[in-house]
Design a protein around this ligand. Structure first.
Ligand SMILES: Cc1cc2nc3c(=O)[nH]c(=O)nc-3n(C[C@H](O)[C@H](O)[C@H](O)COP(=O)(O)OP(=O)(O)OC[C@H]3O[C@@H](n4cnc5c(N)ncnc54)[C@H](O)[C@@H]3O)c2cc1C
Ligand SMILES: NC(=O)c1ccc[n+]([C@@H]2O[C@H](COP(=O)([O-])OP(=O)(O)OC[C@H]3O[C@@H](n4cnc5c(N)ncnc54)[C@H](O)[C@@H]3O)[C@@H](O)[C@H]2O)c1
Length: 484
């Protein structure tokens, strides 16, 4: 039994249960906790670390590293607030300790002890289907009424010539680093790449990001430009449209050859980080024996997250699509509604927010402007800048703006925010879209002053911006005035 999961069940036996959940990351844990709360018998199988990527190699450690980097940056940029700037002395062993202790403090929520206490039977082993209704895990043979596959994803290791002979980091190793990285070369420039690029830049590294396509290619270019400009200003070099053709070197001396629109080039750095996409964890799951179909995008599921095998559902990163801890947890809810209550729940789809946790943050929910135009033709685009907000001025967090897209009739189709606390501010738009609220509703609440949230209301009011000068509105006002 892997020592990461102490006190887990260990005796050899056959188990018959209501639900067998494979993988104890965000998706698997959410499902197991909810199903057992409804009185179901639940077996949860985890082959490595409880908490999955979120706790061990993803959201939690990356946000801990970003918090350190933010403090370092605050020290360097304090003078506008009346405090003399100082160059921080970074203790990299201390940074690693901060990350480790953050994980340790969050770990009890995902511990086998907690789940055993809830009534879940936790098994520490690799799970594999042997037929359509049986999974083996270590010495156990589990038959279940329903199975939930939540095995997550792993970093894609690009087939770059020379890579096999060169040391490199992935998200599974970078958070263990305890030394300064003189020049970090990052391959991949989406959320993971840019969060880590900014963090290491702020910890004193020279950072070069190499991107095959466009940096933040899936995001609204107007909002992405604000973030990319900020990263550029901080000294992160982002090279877009480049193809990595070869890597060579050793620890501390890495050479990356790239093909650029202007010809070949060679970049020398000290360390390499590969964050260029994810692949679903399906190898060795025995999917064929279970009659489950999987492609390079992940396990195939229908709108209710059910696989071709009627007993088996799949949730989270393993089904591809938008990958996030909250998507995995939301999938768990859908499967719960489907399997316990036979309700036709569906994944959030367009109401699923996403956030890049750089500074400024970049958050989005719903349709982008381009998607909305393609689908609805005529749309309204409402914007409000942070610099018009008093709290943003006081905090000197004035970079960025909100952009809301509505239909002509005021249906809220999407919202994007680039700026301070964008990940918090986007939430009311996620609520609005999920509840089908119209833009008028977003003007009919009181926003405490001075808060950044006021930009949400100000953007919504832009929908009615022409009302004060509308001749009909003026006529009505004049008419009412005559009444005394
Ligand atoms: C650096 C980084 C930062 C991120 N930051 C964020 C963020 O800020 N916010 C956000 O929402 N998302 C973030 N993500 C994405 C997020 O981590 C994933 O989307 C999320 O972890 C997916 O959850 P999951 O349950 O599908 O899979 P995982 O969390 O990966 O869990 C899957 C589990 O299944 C286990 N497993 C696999 N195969 C088997 C098997 N055969 N038998 C038993 N167990 C098995 C694995 O060991 C693992 O523990 C980040 C990702 C990375 C890499
Ligand atoms: N804040 C968050 O919510 C958060 C943070 C990190 C990751 N995640 C999620 O985890 C998943 C993985 O993120 P990710 O950033 O690792 O992967 P990604 O797939 O989102 O982005 C990978 C990037 O690497 C580029 N790329 C691919 N091959 C390349 C090559 N040969 N050379 C140069 N560039 C190349 C791609 O064009 C893309 O821009 C995503 O779905 C992401 O949304 C979420």
């Amino acid at each position: 039994m892997p020592k990461d999961i102490p006190n887990a069940a260990s005796e050899s036996q056959n188990i018959e249960t209501d639900f067998c959940v494979i993988g104890a990351g965000s998706g698997g844990l959410a499902f197991a906790a909810a199903a057992v709360a409804f009185g179901q018998r639940v077996v949860l199988i985890e082959k490595h670390k409880m908490g999955g990527d979120t706790l061990n190699y993803g959201s939690v450690p990356s946000k801990a590293l970003l918090a350190t980097a933010r403090r370092a940056n605050t020290m360097r940029t304090a003078s506008p607030y009346g405090i003399r700037d100082v160059e921080p002395l970074i203790d990299f062993a201390g940074v690693r300790e901060h990350i480790k202790s953050t994980i340790a403090r969050a770990a009890p929520n995902a511990s086998p002890e907690r789940f055993a206490g809830l009534g879940v039977r936790v098994i520490a082993a690799a799970a594999k289907f042997v037929d359509k209704s049986t999974v083996t895990a270590g010495d156990f043979r589990i038959t279940a009424r329903r199975f939930v596959i939540a095995t997550g994803s792993s970093p894609v290791i690009l087939p770059i010539p020379g890579l096999q002979d060169v040391p490199y980091f992935t998200n599974e190793t970078i958070f263990e680093n305890a030394k300064p990285l003189a020049h970090l070369i990052v391959i991949g420039s989406h959320a993971t790449g840019l969060e880590l690029a900014q963090a290491y830049r702020r910890l004193g590294s020279q950072v070069t990001v190499l991107e095959a396509g466009r940096a933040l290619g899936d995001e609204d270019p107007e909002l992405a430009a604000v973030l990319l400009t900020k990263l550029y200003d901080e000294g992160v070099a982002i090279r877009e449209g480049v193809r990595v053709t070869r890597v060579a070197g050793e620890q501390g001396r890495i050479a990356v050859e790239i093909e650029t629109p202007d010809g070949p080039e060679r970049i020398e750095g000290s360390d390499l980080l590969i964050v260029a996409g994810r692949k679903s964890n399906v190898a060795d799951l025995g999917l064929e024996a279970a009659g489950i179909k999987s492609t390079s995008d992940g396990i195939k599921v229908n709108a209710g997250l059910r696989t071709r095998n009627r007993r088996v559902y799949a949730i989270g990163d393993v089904i591809g699509g938008p990958l996030s801890s909250h998507a995995a947890a939301e999938h768990a809810e859908v499967v719960l509604w489907r399997t316990l209550f036979r309700l036709r729940a569906k994944a959030a789809g367009r109401a699923l927010p996403r956030v890049v946790f750089t500074e400024p943050e970049l958050a989005h929910v719903g349709l982008s402007e381009t998607e909305a135009r393609a689908k609805y033709g005529k749309i309204r685009v409402l914007r409000w800048p942070y610099h018009e907000n008093d709290r943003a001025q006081a905090e000197r967090e004035t970079d960025g703006h909100i952009k809301v897209v509505t239909s002509k009739r005021g249906e809220i189709l999407g919202a994007g925010i680039v700026g301070a606390q964008a990940g918090e501010l986007i939430q009311m738009w996620a609520l609005a879209i999920s509840q089908g609220l119209k833009i008028k509703a977003m003007t009919e609440w009181v926003s405490p002053y001075p808060t950044l949230s006021e930009i949400n209301k100000r953007a919504a009011f832009r929908y009615f911006a022409t009302s004060p000068s509308n001749p009909y509105v003026r006529k009505v006002i004049a008419l009412l005035a005559k009444l005394g």
